[in-house]
Design a protein. Structure first.
Length: 271
């Protein structure tokens, strides 16, 4: 059996959480990540028959039975993952009943997975139904994206359109746009269900006045989506109070999307 502390997925989670912390997107215990792993790869590092303990998940994740995820712990700080991954992360497998998580490694201090597990697992189910390659769900509180929530209408078309205008790359990186939910109580099955419903259509979902979710086939892809939104939101917040002299026009956004051959939300443009 190989040493779990050298596993590529533990390394990736360490580096990603440290990077996100340094960007200021994950103050205190803010943010959470779930990453679906290959069972065969996990078996090189952990004995799959050794379940440390079981934890109820509070809903049914039938289509994820037998799937294994590495998940950040609830109340845990991203800044601490690097030095103590075994306390701040856990590896769970969804049990046969679909309602229980079997802990295979981690949460060493008796802790458990993120309080946002409903939004994560329900989003995994929703994304896998439209994209079988999806593996990662990432949540964080990026500063400018959050600031923008207070001064911009929380309307999917308007929010997406404003961000597309802020950087030339935006419509190419997230042509499918951004889903937006109003403020809702976090950590609940309800916000999980609402997020998952948006995830059938979008790879990015803003939680009004809370943060953002991004997904992808790997950590980089989910991170890159959020990073691009955050950069555009920063440009917006740096310029929103100033007279707008220049802008990327809708015809130019269309030209970009067509040149790069991306399937974009035509209904989010005004031309
Ligand atoms: P957890 O510490 O439970 O992951 O919660 C952090 C968070 O961002 C809640 O939305
Ligand atoms: Zn949050």
């Amino acid at each position: 059996m190989k040493d779990i502390f050298t596993a590529p997925f533990v390394e990736e989670m360490k580096k990603m959480t440290a990077n996100m912390y340094r960007l200021g997107w994950d103050e205190r215990n803010g943010g959470n990540i779930s990453y679906m792993l290959e069972n065969d790869l996990v078996a090189e590092y952990l004995d799959p028959t050794q379940v440390i303990r079981t934890i109820p998940i509070g809903f049914e994740a039938k289509s994820l039975v037998g799937k294994i995820f590495i998940v950040t712990g609830t109340g845990k700080y991203f800044k601490n993952v690097m030095d103590d991954p075994e306390t701040n992360l856990g590896i769970i497998r969804i049990a046969e009943d679909g309602c229980t998580a079997e802990l295979l490694w981690g949460y060493k201090d008796g802790g458990k997975f993120t309080s946002e597990l409903p939004a994560h697992l329900m989003s995994h189910m929703a994304r896998l139904s439209v994209d079988p390659d999806n593996r990662v769900v990432m949540h964080c509180h990026p500063t400018y994206t959050l600031a923008m929530n207070y001064v911009h209408e929380l309307d999917e078309k308007k929010f997406t359109h404003t961000l597309w205008e802020m950087c030339t790359e935006c419509i190419v990186v997230f042509p499918d746009g951004i889903g937006v939910l109003p403020w809702m109580l976090c950590g609940t099955n309800s916000i999980g269900e609402a997020t998952a419903a948006k995830m059938k259509e979008f790879r990015l979902v803003v939680w009004g006045m809370h943060g953002i979710y991004g997904v992808g086939k790997n950590l980089d892809e989910a991170f890159g989506l959020i990073e691009t939104v955050e950069k555009a939101a920063q440009i917006y917040m740096l310029t929103a109070h100033l007279p707008r002299i220049n802008t990327i026009k809708d015809e130019e956004l269309k030209e970009l999307a067509e040149y790069f051959g991306v399937k974009y939300r035509k209904d989010f443009l005004n031309c």
